[in-house]
Design a protein around this ligand. Structure first.
Ligand code: FAD
Length: 417
């Protein structure tokens, strides 16, 4: 009998396993794949704050990023640079492995090649059904955490609902001489999303897209362009695909049950970044489970606090990001060029970079400040858009929520320490 069963050994499940094991709980982690970190589809870009708070080792860092180029369809670009490290590009597989190793060394028990197929409520917890190498077994635990990423039917099976909307993603490793992150905003290359070429280690990099659909096809188009431009060496590409949830689960808790990370939709819709927010929510999940066990109350109403807390922390950001994503997905190539020209000529990007509260992770302030720049808006926010459900009504709602939420963007260090 375990105190907590965790489904999924991604960053969120591994971090949560470590936190709970350190608090003295008996933790079991079930991972469907045969090895942790295998077949991950992630660029591994995390903020400095995320790295400082959560990275289990500096050995997982492939490169520091101080600058990036943002490229529009005409090929023109803006280069944003700071003297200090803005982000780290991590080896995502090594990150997951190091997090899992630390959890194991702290006492968590791992079951690989073990797919959780169902879970049944019992009086004092959950009976977890696991399929392992063709064998079916059951294990019991006092609480269950679903950290299985996006796309599993488990949250729905357990009555937590389903996130129906998502962006498709595809990525491959490439040989490239590139030395700086490049992000492409181009509705033909990546409809409704963006594309990237990110240098990782010596002569290697990651090329990828997130877009509305057909991510593989979009990536193939991108690779043809990169090889024609000599940015990437031609060859066989091992393309991996993933998805980014848009929106969150309506209820991420039930009696003795929490849903955390990408499975809950704790991912930024603008960038697809889910590592940092997922880990912040894992922290909140660990605290709530600990308090629930300590008080002998793991009821649904007690665990509702988990959802309240994570929503207070990142809910507003996620809503605002989703709104910005929806606006961006309607923008034409011409409007992207217009926006680019407005930013370039007014040098607004330089002001943005110099804001004291400029944050790699929280875009709410950036979006609101951008909305106050008439030159950025002209030509993008058409009268039709302005008065649609995405326009004035949504903005008024978001603005009303804004003030109370600004305090939530204070350093995560306070919470974690
Ligand atoms: C192309 C692409 C690029 C990305 N780049 C970035 C980036 O640069 N930075 C960033 O922050 N985020 C990025 N993301 C998002 C990031 O990868 C995810 O948000 C993050 O992996 C979520 O972590 P998680 O632990 O919640 O889920 P996951 O990492 O998906 O881990 C879930 C684990 O659960 C396992 N599992 C699933 N179902 C079961 C089951 N029934 N039983 C047992 N095990 C199960 C899976 O095998 C998996 O190992 C990217 C995503 C994509 C698609």
């Amino acid at each position: 009998l375990y105190d907590v069963s965790i489904v999924g050994a991604g960053p969120v499940g591994n971090y949560l396993a470590y936190r709970l094991a350190r608090l003295g709980y008996e933790v079991a982690v079930f991972e469907a794949k045969e090895a942790i970190g295998s077949q991950v589809c992630c660029t591994g870009i995390i903020s400095r704050e995320c790295h400082d708070l959560f990275s289990p080792s500096s050995n997982v860092v492939l490169r520091e990023a101080r600058s990036a180029k943002f490229i529009v369809p005409s090929g023109r670009y803006l280069r944003l640079a700071k003297n200090t490290v803005q982000a780290y590009i991590i080896d995502r597989a090594a990150f997951d492995i190091a997090l899992a190793k630390r959890a194991q060394e702290t006492g968590a028990r791992y079951f690989l090649q073990s797919k959780v197929t169902d879970a049944l409520r019992e009086r004092e917890g959950w009976q977890v059904e696991v399929s392992s190498a063709g064998q079916r077994q059951t294990l019991n635990s006092g609480a269950l955490v679903i950290a299985c990423g996006f796309g599993s039917s488990l949250p729905q099976q357990l009555g937590r609902g389903k996130i129906g909307n998502f962006l498709a993603g595809a990525q491959t490793e490439v040989n490239t001489g590139l030395d700086e992150v490049e992000i492409y905003f181009d509705q033909e290359l990546a409809p409704g999303g963006f594309a990237w070429l990110v240098p990782t280690s010596m002569g290697r990099g990651l090329a990828g897209v997130i877009c509305r659909h057909n991510a593989r096809l979009c990536l193939e188009g991108l690779l043809s362009r990169f090889t024609a431009e000599d940015k990437v060496n031609s060859g066989e590409f091992d393309i991996r695909q993933g998805a980014i949830p848009l929106g969150t689960l309506p209820r991420t808790y039930a009696e003795r049950l929490l849903v955390v990370g990408e499975a809950a939709g704790q991912v930024k819709p603008t960038t697809g970044g889910g590592i940092y927010f997922g880990l912040l929510c894992a922290e909140i999940a660990a605290d709530n489970l600990h308090q629930g066990f300590a008080s002998g109350d793991l009821s649904s109403s007690r665990l509702a606090r988990y959802q309240k807390e994570w929503q207070a922390r990142i809910g507003y950001e996620l809503r605002l990001d989703y709104w910005a994503h929806k606006i961006y997905s309607k923008v034409t190539q011409g409007q992207i060029e217009h926006l680019f020209e407005a930013i370039r000529s007014s040098k607004i990007h330089e002001q943005f970079l110099n804001w004291e509260d400029f944050s790699f992770d929280y875009h709410g302030e950036l979006i609101f400040r951008a909305l106050r720049q008439p030159r950025l808006l002209a030509g993008i926010i058409t009268p039709r858009l302005l008065f649609s459900s995405l326009g004035v009504p949504a903005l008024v709602q978001l603005a009303l929520r804004r003030n109370g939420k600004r305090a939530n963007t204070t350093s995560a260090k306070e919470r974690v320490s």
